[in-house]
Design a protein around this ligand. Sequence first.
Ligand code: XMP
Length: 329
Amino acid sequence: GWKMENVLDEEIRVIKDTVGPQEHVICALSGGVDSTVAATIIHKAIGDRLHCVFVDNGLLRYKERERVMETFEKDLHLPVTCIDASDQFLKALKGVTDPEMKRKIIGKEFICIFDSFAQDLELKLGIKPSYLVQGTLYPDVIESCPPPGSGRNHSHTIKSHHNVGGLPKDMKLKLIEPLKLLFKDEVRQLGRIMDVPEGFLKRHPFPGPGLAVRVLGDVTEDNALDILRQVDEIFIRSIKDAGLYDSIWQAFAVFLPIKSVGVQGDKRTHSHVVAIRAVTSQDGMTADWYNFEYKFLADLSTKICNSVPGVNRVVQDITSKPPSTIEWE
Ligand code: XMP
């Protein structure tokens, strides 16, 4: 079998051979495992000729920006520019309820920010990047080019909206994809030997459009993002405290744009309903809903209603994929 140390050495050698001594590389970090490991390899090969950007789109989880920036800086010493574009994204999303429309707007804003990041490098530092890093994995490669009769066409359609897709055609950047022959667990192993923290490598997947797919309806209404962040954090914290995080593929909360009547502290309330969802899965293509113990659920709903203003009801999603998808959108 392959030894991961050898794979890493080989990757570094290939990158050094590919990227000329004066050339620069840019990389958008999502905060996920793939882009982080990809950037870390490139950084080992070419040092500070790598320029990473992390965009806060206003749709991140509780303290996500602080958490990932700390990992990038303290643990990985990656050169990352953090751009706070939350106002820009949220302004563009105001009033939008259609899920596909939300995705389109987010994609467009992202490209706009990324483009101006590249332009800034040129204006301020006189650097004209030649390469763009993508954290493409082997399964993505197979899925974009399904063998005939493999039944993979369906998965392809599901995945098509997941990839960053539609990067500016006129950027003329060449792609570097250091993970394109690897499976996810191999990416984790590579991360491990480069000292990417274990907790980071085991994080649940998180969709590119962020909490926009977990707020049904207008993300700018009813304090939805703030409520969702609080509920989600309590849910994930509880899962970690119960030692369940690593047995679950993905767990998250969903903000529903409806209110229902409740009674809290002798007062009638008319507040929001949130849903919780946790699933097990091998690859995200199919999934089973996770069966928590009764006491876990009871404690969780109490904790959420007691500590998150604006929420008086918690429901659980008990649907597998198919027929549901993992995200609600
Ligand atoms: P669905 O909801 O289609 O999602 O069952 C399957 C897996 O993909 C994740 N997902 C995304 N990941 N960009 C991503 O990087 C996206 O736009 C996106 N949408 C869904 C989802 O969280 C689940 O793990």
